[in-house]
Design a protein around this ligand. Structure first.
Ligand code: ADP
Length: 542
């Protein structure tokens, strides 16, 4: 045997110990920022301002209150609240109690919330009284309902029995214990998928991934202690793409926002000097339309991370005109949010707007804590060549992938088959190794054997001046199997002539890609602003 391989000099006496190895957890960000910046503003929520010292103290009191209520390791604590300081506190306090946070989607109905509370086995439910009616519905069907704690703000006093948030925190006194996970692989949060793909699944995040996601996203979005972050993205969506932890990591300021209202967003941005915000393209689109209408522009540039759907080039163009610097991100609940981002290359700055927008609309390259991304052609059983043409499924592996789906080993194994996380998104790999999504596996329209990318048709529709929003789905057709059907929300106050729109498509698309039917009206959306194509497909089927 070769001595070289037998030699363990790099192991002997070089073990992990308490000094050189600690479980990675985003809880450490809060402790550090409270030490480095005790008097700095951590959170602004309407008229309330919390410095880092106070923010930390409140998170500890939440942890102690939970412990007093019998919550411990392995328990779930659900929270249904707008983007306020309480939900932010839960991102630390629940984990400090050793428990797992399940931030609930506030647009869900009682039955769906009931399903989630039951499936996640929540022991405690902290809710804002704004949602009391739906909470009553959700609790009605449960055999072992959680203990409730009411946050009494805009929704007024609670009518349900149970604790009141502020009084409950007060009962916890001023604890100074600090509990961190024994293992960085321990669960930190539980996030249910938004259900555009069927039944909600409980995605389990780990402390390690949460730490790495926060670090990567802070780096990707160039954040530091001067960062002022506006909470336009729901904190319940992938824990606000990890920014609940990232802003604290850099010692920045969280500016809460209880309602996504374009006028309020603009005013908050100007008043508070917001430097960064996130959201789906429709949120940005709504903000831009409002700013445009009121003749407003940003007085200082702000960075907007756009994700959750591909941004049409028209949105990218308008955003740049009004003072936004765009970062395009792609990810899923299963990947802690942002898994790839469209990193700009130095020579792009000189490109004409149209070409620049086309580059920026691509989903890009891996984020820092993702190890690898590829486009896999299942049919030919090979990695798709970087030719910008061969379609395949995006597969990911790395350190910001979920632990798996709660109580669902089969679906977990299926998602992780072949040692990759299989996203269900269909894309091409460009020669510069940037990924571009063409569709979700089930959104592709197959017409007479030809694949039609719904995104490509939508991109053209969005360029029409009278179109505000567009979604294209497959419609059954006797002759072709499937044909494209377009659902269009026209710009307010403007007549949209369908023949004119079809004529416009004819100028920009091959004949078989032109929508064979156009339906006008508002589009159904998820809370994160994604168009619910499953609902549109159901409409056509029904
Ligand atoms: P759901 O699958 O229930 O909608 P997610 O919020 O996890 O829940 O959605 C992830 C999906 O959103 C991705 O699989 C992809 O189809 C889409 N998506 C996310 N970001 C982008 C993007 N930048 N461009 C195109 N599609 C995106």
């Amino acid at each position: 045997m070769n001595d070289k391989y037998n030699n363990d000099k790099y192991e002997n006496g070089l073990d992990r110990n308490a000094a050189n190895y600690a479980a990675l957890t985003p809880l450490s960000f809060l402790r550090r920022s409270a030490t480095v910046f005790p008097d700095k503003v951590a959170v602004i929520d309407d008229d309330m301002t919390l410095d880092y010292r106070t923010f930390l103290a409140r998170c500890r009191r939440l942890a102690a209150a939970l412990a007093q209520s019998g919550v411990g390791p392995g328990d779930t604590v659900a929270v249904l609240a707008p983007n306020g300081h309480e939900l932010l506190e839960a991102h630390y306090g629940v984990a400090l109690a050793g428990a797992v946070l399940n931030a609930l989607n506030s647009r869900l109905d009682g039955a769906s919330l009931g399903f989630i509370l039951d499936h996640g086995e929540a022991r405690v439910l902290i809710y804002d009284t704004e949602y009391e009616a739906v909470i009553k519905d959700a609790l009605a069907g449960l055999t072992t309902p959680p203990r409730t704690v009411a946050i009494e703000r805009d929704g007024g006093p609670a009518s349900l029995d149970g604790a009141r948030y502020e009084a409950w925190l007060d009962t916890a006194g001023d604890p100074d214990q600090w509990r961190t996970p024994a293992d960085e692989w321990d669960a930190i949060t539980l996030n249910y998928t938004s259900g555009t793909t069927g039944n909600p699944k409980g995605v389990v995040y780990h402390h390690r991934g949460a730490y790495l996601a926060a670090m990567s996203n802070a780096m990707a979005f160039e954040m530091n202690a001067d960062t002022v972050y506006l909470w336009t993205l729901p904190m319940f969506h992938c824990n606000g793409w990890g920014y609940t932890w990232a802003i604290t990591a850099v010692g920045g300021t969280h500016v809460c926002l209880r309602k996504v209202d374009p006028d309020l967003i603009y005013r908050r941005m100007e008043e508070r000097g917001v430097t960064h915000l996130c959201g789906a393209p429709v949120v940005l689109n709504m903000l831009l339309a409002d700013m445009d209408q009121r003749g407003r522009a940003l007085s200082r540039p702000a960075r907007f991370a756009l994700g959750g759907a591909a941004p049409p080039s028209s949105v990218i163009r308008k955003a740049r005109e009004l003072g936004f610097d765009i970062t395009h991100l792609y990810g899923l609940t299963e990947t802690f949010g942002p898994a790839t981002l469209c990193v700009p290359q130095p020579d792009w700055a000189a490109l004409p707007t149209e070409q620049l927008a086309a580059r920026m609309a691509r989903q890009g390259v891996i984020n820092f804590a993702v190890n690898d991304a590829r486009v896999y052609d299942h049919e030919r059983r090979r990695v798709a060549p970087a030719d910008g043409e061969t379609l395949g499924e995006i597969q990911l592996r790395g350190n910001t992938l979920m632990k798996g789906y709660l109580k669902n080993p089969e679906t977990t194994a299926e998602a992780f088959r072949d040692g990759w996380y299989n996203t269900g998104d269909l894309a091409v790999m460009h020669p510069d190794h940037y990924i571009e999504i063409k569709d979700r596996a089930k959104d592709v329209i197959i017409s007479g054997g030809e694949n039609i990318s719904s995104l490509e048709v939508e991109e053209v529709l969005y360029r029409h001046p009278r179109v505000s929003e567009a979604a294209v789905v497959a419609m059954a057709d006797d002759k072709w199997g499937e044909v494209p059907c377009a659902f269009i929300d026209p710009r307010p106050g403007l007549e949209l002539d369908v023949d004119d729109l079809i004529g416009f498509c004819r100028q920009h698309l091959a004949g078989f890609k032109i929508p064979k039917k156009v339906v006008l009206g508002a589009l159904p959306k998820t809370v994160t602003g994604k168009i619910r194509k499953n609902v549109l497909r159901d409409r056509l089927a029904g």
